[in-house]
Design a binder for this molecule. Structure first.
Ligand SMILES: [Cu+2]
Length: 314
């Protein structure tokens, strides 16, 4: 069932990232290991992804844990191999014939959303690479920290209404401090703004989350539209960094319209556990990113009560 068009579009720039895959513990990652190791979680789950997000399924979310789905494949990711080296991050999306995918459906004002996060949940970036005539995507890139990173490409193939999130792993050489599991946090201080998140995530259900932005104790009411919304929320499940459905509530903002201090989202968490959330918002032309860690109640392995396609009420 591919009727989740609008959902899909909304989901495109919202990823909840949870990654408790603390594979980056120690020491040094040699340059030779690395470039784009396939995420271990991806093996054998392509069929789950192919079943479609709309299925829900018994095993939790299927987005953002495989490099291939529905005939499309994220090719090897090229990127600087070590911290501090200026270079380019690039990749190609392949179609069912193995040819570079050239046609996309624009969602949230972009043909492809790229989310990069270290597997401990830090170093989150949500950016938009450029597509070349050969179909390859690229963006200037410099790593700020060593470690194991997940690359998420979020897009809608041309002719489809079904958003895909394909992922690979990239290693960045250098010394990595052992990472502790991130503490639960509902408040983030970023670039002089204090951002709080209210609401609880529930396994197997859709729940509302409200983000509030303030500065020096005063509510901020000058949030600008950014990529067709007053904010974007990416949510990843800790443990496998599965990408969740989170979408903004309310009408799409008009150009020049301002909002704040709150932005509401509906989040669907397929299971209990913990979730990493990243809220991107724009003020005075600058985009800021606030990170949170929330627990999700519910029995382990809780199944979605309904299909994603039917649970939003859009
Ligand atoms: Cu984006």
């Amino acid at each position: 069932m591919r009727t989740a068009t609008r959902l899909g579009l909304y989901a495109a720039s919202l990823a909840v990232a949870f990654g408790a895959a603390f594979t980056v513990t120690g020491a040094t990652i040699p340059k030779t290991v690395a470039q784009d190791r396939v995420a271990a979680m991806g093996q054998g789950q392509d069929h789950m992804a192919a079943m479609g997000q709309a299925q829900g399924g018994n095993e939790g979310p299927t987005r953002g844990v495989t490099l291939a789905a529905e005939g499309y494949q994220l090719g090897p990711v090229s990127a600087p191999a070590e911290v501090g080296a200026a270079g380019t991050l690039s990749f190609t999306i392949g179609d069912a014939d193995g040819q570079p995918l050239l046609e996309y459906v624009t969602s949230h004002e972009k043909d492809l959303h790229l989310i990069v996060v270290r597997t401990d949940g830090s170093e989150f970036r949500h950016v938009h690479p450029e597509r070349g005539p050969d179909g390859s995507w690229s963006i200037p890139w410099t790593w700020k920290a060593a470690g194991t990173y997940r690359i998420f490409t979020d897009f809608v193939p041309g002719g489809s209404s079904n958003p895909l999130t394909l992922t690979r792993t990239v290693e960045v050489a250098g010394t990595v401090a052992p990472a502790a599991s991130p503490a639960e946090t509902r408040t983030a201080n970023v670039d002089g703004f204090e951002v709080t998140i209210a609401g609880d995530i529930q396994g197997g259900a859709s729940s509302e989350l409200t983000l509030s932005v303030s500065k020096d104790g005063a509510p901020v009411t000058t949030l600008q539209p950014y990529l067709g919304a007053f904010g974007h929320l990416v949510a990843l499940r800790e443990g496998d960094l599965a990408y969740l459905h989170v979408h903004p509530e309310g009408a799409e903002p008009q150009s020049g319209q301002l909002s704040g201090p709150t932005v509401r989202f509906a989040a669907e968490a397929p299971t209990s556990g913990r979730y990493l959330l990243y809220f991107d918002f724009q003020i005075d032309g600058a985009v800021h990113s606030a990170a949170f860690v929330l627990p999700a109640d519910g029995a382990p392995g809780t199944q979605p009560a309904q299909t994603p396609g039917e649970s939003h009420g859009h």
